[in-house]
Design a protein around this ligand. Structure first.
Ligand SMILES: NC(=O)c1ccc[n+]([C@@H]2O[C@H](COP(=O)([O-])OP(=O)(O)OC[C@H]3O[C@@H](n4cnc5c(N)ncnc54)[C@H](OP(=O)(O)O)[C@@H]3O)[C@@H](O)[C@H]2O)c1
Length: 359
């Protein structure tokens, strides 16, 4: 299959770096250019990564590919969609709001930013959960008269929750979910990011706008396709999002009220046996299992479990009955926020569309 010439915008940030790693030797896509703010434009990618102290700000354990290190960084404001076949966007929402529609006039834009997640003609795809929402893209193209489209992935905290709710919804139905997150520092990115002095020896009990995103997005992802929009799932969602001194991997304690009663063994089996949507199986970034259920009561832990199946599987443990909610069950999950929750999750969406002939 011919590789699509892709540009990564926001390539110097944490999600952008994960895009570079995810696209290294990718069978469907090649990194033809990298772009960032005017601060980085004109420098080589390696130079642009230098922090003010002179340190190389490459964040990943995977090596920085030499071909990307020497690329000249483009100014995001000057990137033209006509020069590429696909754009991956990893910029903050305020930048995305202007940049993504401009690129989408000419080229599909797969984004980690929240700017367009809540618009009616925009699906919010997690391929194993709701690949069936993808046709909404054609509605978006039609309504906006553009050659491309904007396809954001969900918020990184929503992803692990939605992946674990999907098999529960399928097997038992879900009435309500309450969740408390313990989110990694990398989730805040680098600009300005979380300051070490604030987070070390600490838990920060508020992440701006995060709880609202999880509540709305979970219902949209698990919703059903209506005419020209997604009808949100009627489940109730309530959450508290906190930041903890963990580098990567969001931990979440979920309490779920099911429609029909299920034992701990039945819940574990539903998650273990869940294969996800047929369309998402066998894609280059699809893991062998979307959910890894742990029996050890001391798992999942972010350090041990965030990289399960290349950071693409959600690890679940501590499944117990809950005596407060109706048909209640509770568990702990860990999901990789910059891999499945950001760049690799977005590349997975692009793979789904490539396999379906949309790209
Ligand atoms: N981090 C996560 O776990 C995660 C997970 C899911 C979704 N997301 C979303 O992904 C996006 C990026 O997050 P991040 O964590 O990677 O942030 P980040 O580390 O702060 O990176 C931001 C990137 O945006 C670039 N940028 C800033 N202003 C720009 C402009 N005007 N034009 C073009 N590029 C510009 C920056 O370039 P310079 O280096 O030149 O400043 C940098 O490459 C956000 O929307 C975030 O909500 C992040």
């Amino acid at each position: 299959m011919r590789k699509l010439r892709s540009v990564i915008v926001g390539a110097t940030g944490l999600a952008g770096q994960q895009f570079i790693a995810a696209l290294e030797r990718h069978p469907f896509f090649e990194v033809a250019a990298v772009a960032a703010s005017s601060r980085s434009a004109g420098k080589t990618y390696a130079e642009a990564l230098r922090t003010p102290s002179g340190m190389m700000g490459w964040f990943l354990s995977e090596p920085l590919p030499g071909a990307v290190a020497s690329m000249k960084v483009l100014d995001g404001a000057e990137v033209s969609g006509r020069d590429f076949e696909l754009a991956f966007s990893a910029v903050e929402a305020d930048v995305a709001r202007e940049l993504e529609p401009r690129l989408a006039k000419d080229v599909p834009v797969i984004s980690t930013a929240s700017a367009f997640r809540y618009e009616e003609d925009v699906p919010l795809l997690i391929p194993p959960v709701n690949a069936g929402h993808a046709p909404l893209i054609e509605e978006q193209r039609r309504r906006r008269g553009s050659k491309g489209f904007i396809l954001p992935i969900p918020n990184c905290t929503t992803t692990g929750l939605a992946v674990t709710l999907a098999p529960l919804e399928q097997a038992f139905g879900v009435q309500a979910v309450m969740m408390t997150s313990l989110q990694a520092c990398s989730g805040a990115g680098r600009s300005p990011g979380v300051i070490g002095l604030d987070i070390l020896d600490n838990v920060i009990p508020h992440i701006a706008k995060e709880e609202g995103k999880v509540e709305v997005e979970t219902k949209k992802i698990l919703g059903s396709m209506g005419k020209g929009s997604v009808l949100p799932h009627p489940m109730k969602v309530s959450c508290t999002c906190t930041r903890v001194a963990v580098l990567e991997g969001h931990t979440e304690a979920a309490f779920v009220s099911l429609k029909s009663r299920a034992s701990v063994a039945e819940v574990a089996a539903a998650m273990r046996e869940w294969k996800g949507a047929e369309a998402a199986r066998g894609l280059p970034s699809s893991p062998a299992r979307w959910i890894e259920v742990q029996d050890d009561p001391f798992r999942p832990q972010p350090r041990l479990d965030r990289d399960a199946h290349g950071g693409m599987a959600t690890s679940v443990g501590r499944i117990r009955e809950d005596g407060v909610l109706e048909n209640g069950v509770k568990y702990v999950l860990v999901s990789h926020n910059t891999k499945m929750g950001a760049a690799k999750g977005a590349v997975l969406v692009a793979e789904l569309l490539r396999a379906q002939g949309v790209l």
